[in-house]
Design a protein around this ligand. Structure first.
Ligand code: SF4
Ligand code: SF4
Length: 476
C-alpha cells in the first residue's frame, strides 16, 4: 500500500464557496486515493458460461439448497432458501441447468456449499420487471412498511459495502429502540474502489426512491447521504436533484465529508454525520437512533421493492495500476473473477497480489475461479512493487498506531498479546471493537503486521465469548 499522504481538508463547492466537510473525531489516515476507474461508466459484464452460487454469501446461517443436479433454472429462480435464524435466500442470476450442488472453493479459501449452474440462454422469471422505467413512491400507492421489509427479505438483500449483514433484519429495530436518522453510506473511502461513485452518477433518482422506501420501512423522517468530498460530481448531482424535487423527496440531505480513512466505517460515519457515538459491542447503531445502509444496498432495495428483482447482480470495480482498462462492471453474482479480469484487459504481467475488495480492508484471493458474491465490491490487482511488504522491524513504541486507530484501541498492545496468545488481555483491551480498517498497519513505521495479528485475536476472542455464552445457557 502506497503510504503517500493525500490529505484533503476542503474542496471548492460547485455551488460556490467551499466544503469543509464533516468527519469523525478519533484517529484516521490518508492513503493515496488511486481512484483509477472513477471516470469509467458502468459496463454490463458478459454472462458467464458457468456460474457458482455460494450458500455463504452473508453473515449468519448459510442458505439451504432447494435445487438438485439437472434442475432447470431461470434468472431469479430460488436456489437456496434462508437458513434458520439470521440468514437470507440465494437466487440464480443466470438461466440453465444445475451442474452440481457441492462444496466449492470460495473467496475465503474454504470449500463451502454452492450451487453450480451451466448457463443456457438468458431466460428470466416473469415476476421480475426488467424495464428501466423509474418507479416512484406514488406509483407504489399505499405500500405498507411491512410489505417493503418483506420484499427486501424475500429478495435476499444484504449489506453490499462488504458487511453482508441481512438488510431485512437491520430494518426491524429491536423493541425499545427507534430510528431517528437513516444514514446512507456513500463514502467509498477505500482507495481504488469507484463502484458506489459510478452508481450515484448513473442511478441518482433510483437511490432517492430507495431512501424513501427505507424511511417508510422504519418510520423515520430524516435521511442523510454521506459522501466524501473527492466525489464532487456526485455531491452536486444529488444536491441539485434534491433541490429541484424537494416536494417529492423531503427529509433527505447530502452531507459532504472530509476525505479521511475510514470515513465509511459505520461508527465513524455516524459520528461524522449526526455526532453520536455508538458504544462498544454489543451496542448497535440503532442504540443511538441510527440505521446505516450502503448506497449499493439502497439501490438493491429500490430494485427489490419496485421491480421485484432479487439480488442477482452488483457493481464491482476491477482495477490496479497496471490494469489496461480499470472498470466498473455490472456483473451477475456467480461470475468467475477471471472473466472480469479478462474483460478489463487481462491479468497484467507484473501482478503481485490479487485482493478481493480494497487495499485497506480487502483480503488476498486464493484463486481467480472464485465467483462474484453479494459482498464483492472490488477486485484489485496490485503490482509486484505495491504488494511487497516492507521489512518488519521491532516496535519502537512510537504510538503512531494508537493515534491512527479510529476505535481508540492500542494496536501494538493487542498485537503483542496476540503473539503471546494472551486472549484474556486481548478481550480486556476491547479487541472485539476493532473494525479491521488496517489504519494501524498502514501507519506503522516498523511495518509490523498489526492487522493480521489483531484479526486472529478478534476471531479467537469472539469464539471464546460465544463458547462462554453457550455454556452459561446450558447451565441454566
Ligand atoms: S485495524 Fe483495528 S486496531 Fe487497527 S486501526 Fe483499525 S480498528 Fe484500530
Ligand atoms: S506504530 Fe508500529 S512501531 Fe509504532 S508503536 Fe505501533 S506497532 Fe510500534
Amino acid at each position: 500500500m502506497n503510504k503517500q499522504d493525500t490529505k484533503v481538508t476542503s474542496v471548492p463547492s460547485p455551488h460556490g464557496g467551499s466544503w469543509r466537510g464533516a468527519t469523525f473525531h478519533i484517529g484516521g489516515v490518508h492513503p493515496a486515493e488511486n481512484k483509477l476507474s472513477a471516470a469509467s461508466p458502468i459496463r454490463v459484464a458478459a454472462i458467464p458460461k458457468q456460474a457458482v452460487f455460494s450458500m455463504f454469501q452473508h453473515i449468519g446461517a448459510p442458505a439451504v439448497p432447494v435445487v438438485k443436479m439437472g434442475d432447470e433454472v431461470k434468472v431469479g429462480t430460488l436456489l437456496g432458501e434462508a437458513g434458520k435464524g439470521l440468514s437470507v435466500p440465494v437466487f440464480s442470476s443466470v438461466s440453465g441447468k444445475v451442474n452440481k450442488v457441492d462444496a466449492v472453493l470460495d473467496s475465503s479459501g474454504t470449500r463451502r456449499m454452492a450451487v453450480v449452474v451451466d448457463v443456457e440462454g438468458d431466460e428470466w422469471e416473469e415476476s421480475i420487471d426488467r424495464s428501466d422505467t423509474l418507479v416512484t413512491m406514488k406509483d407504489l400507492g399505499n405500500i405498507t412498511a411491512e410489505e417493503v421489509v418483506n420484499r427486501i427479505k424475500a429478495a435476499g438483500i444484504v449489506g453490499m459495502g462488504g458487511a453482508t449483514f441481512p438488510t431485512g433484519v437491520k430494518l426491524m429495530p429491536p423493541p425499545g429502540t427507534k430510528a431517528e436518522a437513516i444514514i446512507v453510506n456513500a463514502v467509498e473511502c477505500e482507495p481504488y474502489l469507484t463502484a458506489d461513485h459510478r452508481l450515484m452518477l448513473e442511478k441518482p433518482e433510483q437511490i432517492l426512491v430507495g431512501i424513501q422506501l427505507i424511511k417508510h420501512a422504519v418510520n423515520c423522517p430524516k435521511a442523510y447521504i454521506g459522501i466524501e468530498m473527492n466525489k464532487p460530481d456526485a455531491i452536486k448531482l444529488l444536491t441539485d436533484l434534491l433541490k429541484e424535487k424537494a416536494a417529492q423527496y423531503p427529509g433527505i440531505e447530502v452531507v459532504p465529508l472530509k476525505v479521511k480513512y475510514p470515513q465509511g466505517g459505520e461508527k465513524q460515519l455516524i459520528d461524522a454525520v449526526i455526532g453520536r457515538q455508538v458504544p462498544a459491542p454489543p451496542a448497535l447503531p440503532i442504540n443511538v437512533g441510527a440505521i446505516v445502509q450502503n448506497v449499493g444496498t439502497v439501490y438493491a432495495i429500490y430494485e427489490a421493492v419496485t421491480k421485484r428483482k432479487p439480488l442477482i447482480e452488483r457493481i464491482i470495480t476491477v482495477t490496479g495500476k497496471s490494469v489496461k482498462n480499470p472498470s466498473n462492471f455490472l456483473a451477475r453474482i456467480g461470475t468467475p473473477m477471471q472473466q472480469l479480469i479478462d474483460e478489463a484487459g487481462g491479468l497484467p504481467e507484473d501482478t503481485g497480489k490479487i485482493i478481493g475488495g480494497g487495499p485497506m480492508m480487502g483480503r488476498a484471493l486464493m484463486s481467480l475461479e472464485v465467483p462474484v458474491t453479494k459482498g464483492s465490491s472490488g477486485l484489485l490487482l496490485m503490482t509486484e512493487k505495491e504488494s511487497r511488504r516492507g521489512e518488519v522491524s521491532p516496535c519502537i513504541r512510537c504510538a503512531k498506531c494508537v493515534s491512527a486507530c479510529p476505535m481508540g484501541l492500542e494496536p501494538y498492545l493487542l498485537a503483542s498479546y496476540t503473539r503471546l496468545k494472551n486472549w484474556d488481555g486481548c478481550e480486556k483491551n476491547d479487541v472485539t471493537s476493532c473494525i479491521e480498517c488496517g489504519s494501524c498497519a498502514f501507519t506503522c513505521p516498523s511495518n509490523r503486521p498489526l492487522l493480521d495479528n489483531i484479526r486472529v485475536a478478534k476471531q479467537t476472542v469472539m469464539g471464546i465469548i460465544k463458547a462462554r455464552h453457550m455454556e452459561s445457557i446450558t447451565k441454566k
